[in-house]
Design a binder for this molecule. Structure first.
Ligand SMILES: Cc1cc2nc3c(=O)[nH]c(=O)nc-3n(C[C@H](O)[C@H](O)[C@H](O)COP(=O)(O)OP(=O)(O)OC[C@H]3O[C@@H](n4cnc5c(N)ncnc54)[C@H](O)[C@@H]3O)c2cc1C
Length: 407
């Protein structure tokens, strides 16, 4: 049994479990992670998420509990206080959170961003931030990439970071940046060389860690009224000073670092979608067996049963692709095709499951107390963010199939 599994005794005593990962994570370890995450999520039932969603609140207690359990530090190496797990186990954690009816969107960015910091951050940066992130003293939950004038076309970002002595001065605007107010640190993508001055469009972009606890300059955060409870904002930078020591890796190479992290992110999103899909199937199946009309349970009708079975089959297929991508990632093999296809298949399958779950519930699917409409909104997001499925198909068409490029 993996030591990261919740150790309630340690928690009761207020002590964090000492993560000691075995060199090989076995199937039993993974099952044990599933059971532990399920156990943790039982303390946060549907009513908790309904309330948080209704009031547009941040699920603070839930995020604290997941942090305390050590699960949010799954990808942080043991030497920095984390569990040193692979993307396979990190995916299982997010899957189980979503499968329990919870929304890992409240805290997943800490896993999404980890690849960039781990692979390209300096030893000093890792020592400065990772142990505190692992212990929950610091939150890295904000990841600022998207801009109003560039959207999916990331290399056209306009936010500029200009070096002035021992710091960079940042000016620009980001849109749809989630959890900024709930985070201490933000991973920021900015241009250090203007687009017009670079030979390759991917050059001249850099990644910074912005410590939002003591910002010099003006960092304005304007909450956006969104369909999902994601604490999403427009962010304006006016002469914000970022110490040069907070540049990750080499100046101008940031796009490559972010791309490196994208495969991990795609696998994690696929896992969340699979968790959602299984939640929808569970709910659709149990409701369809209970609701009796025309003298028989509605689940006996092919108009209900077959679409549920079809969505189930698609989720199981996406799950295979997810694990294939994750296994390759954890073996440090090329996995761009599998990671992208897993994200596409899983988010589409979850959306299909969401639709049939809503259909199965009839009018009750629209009632907040059934939670279907909440999860319906949440899972739809995964087809658009953090990357739109069209861009995934464009990647597969171009990079895997060699068709002409549109992006
Ligand atoms: C709730 C929420 C939270 C978010 N959180 C964050 C965050 O924390 N940090 C962050 O940086 N961003 C965040 N985003 C932004 C998200 O990543 C973007 O919305 C997404 O990448 C798409 O960009 P866009 O909205 O500008 O759409 P656009 O890029 O304008 O695209 C619009 C449509 O055109 C399609 N399209 C564009 N080009 C092509 C092409 N070549 N071929 C085919 N179709 C194409 C797209 O697929 C899409 O369907 C969030 C978004 C939402 C909704």
């Amino acid at each position: 049994m993996i030591s990261l599994a919740i150790q309630s005794a340690a928690e009761e005593s207020g002590m964090m479990p000492e993560p000691q990962l075995k060199s090989e994570v076995t199937a039993e370890d993974q099952e044990s992670i599933r059971q532990s995450v399920r156990q943790l999520c039982r303390d946060f039932p549907d009513a908790y998420w309904r309330e948080v969603d209704k009031n547009h609140e941040y699920p603070e207690d839930f995020v604290k509990a997941v942090t305390k359990s050590g699960y949010l530090a799954a990808l942080i190496p043991e030497e920095y206080g984390g569990a040193g797990m692979g993307i396979t186990e990190a995916g299982i954690i997010l899957e189980e959170i979503n499968r329990a009816g919870a929304n890992s969107g409240a805290c997943h960015a800490q896993m999404y961003t980890m690849g960039t910091l781990l692979r390209h951050g300096s030893k000093e940066q890792k020592l400065r931030y990772l142990p505190k992130i692992a212990s929950g003293d610091l939150r890295l939950q904000a990841f600022a990439v998207t801009e109003p004038n560039s959207g999916s076309d990331t290399t056209h970002i306009q936010t500029r970071a200009v070096r002035k002595g021992d710091h960079y001065v940042v000016n620009g605007q980001k849109i749809f940046i989630s959890r900024v107010k709930q985070s201490d640190l933000m991973l920021l993508l900015a241009r250090t060389t203007p687009y017009e001055d670079v030979k390759e469009k991917t050059q001249g972009i850099s990644v910074f860690i912005v410590d939002m606890r003591n910002v010099r300059g003006k960092l304005e955060v304007q909450p956006l009224d969104m369909m999902v409870n994601h604490h999403t904002n427009a962010v304006f930078f006016e002469d914000v000073e970022v110490p040069a020591e907070n540049l990750i890796g080499e100046e101008g190479q940031g796009f490559r670092y972010i791309i490196d992290g994208w495969n991990a992110e795609r696998i994690l999103v696929a896992s969340e979608a699979i968790g959602d899909g299984r939640w929808f199937i569970d709910r659709a199946v149990s409701y369809s067996k209970e609701r009796v009309l025309f003298g028989r349970p509605i689940g006996a009708n092919q108009g209900i049963q077959f679409p549920v079975a079809q969505a189930y089959a698609r989720i199981e297929a996406a799950d295979l692709m997810r694990f294939q991508a994750a296994a390759k990632f954890d073996r440090h093999e090329k996995c761009g095709a599998e990671a992208n296809m897993a994200k596409f298949l899983a988010s589409e399958a979850a959306w299909e499951a969401a639709n049939i779950c809503l259909t199965t519930h009839g009018g009750y699917g629209f009632a907040h107390e059934y939670d279907v409409e909440r999860k319906f909104r949440e899972t739809r997001l995964l087809t658009v963010a953090p990357v739109s499925n069209n861009l995934i198909l464009a990647f597969v068409g171009n990079k895997v199939l060699g068709m002409p490029r549109s992006y």
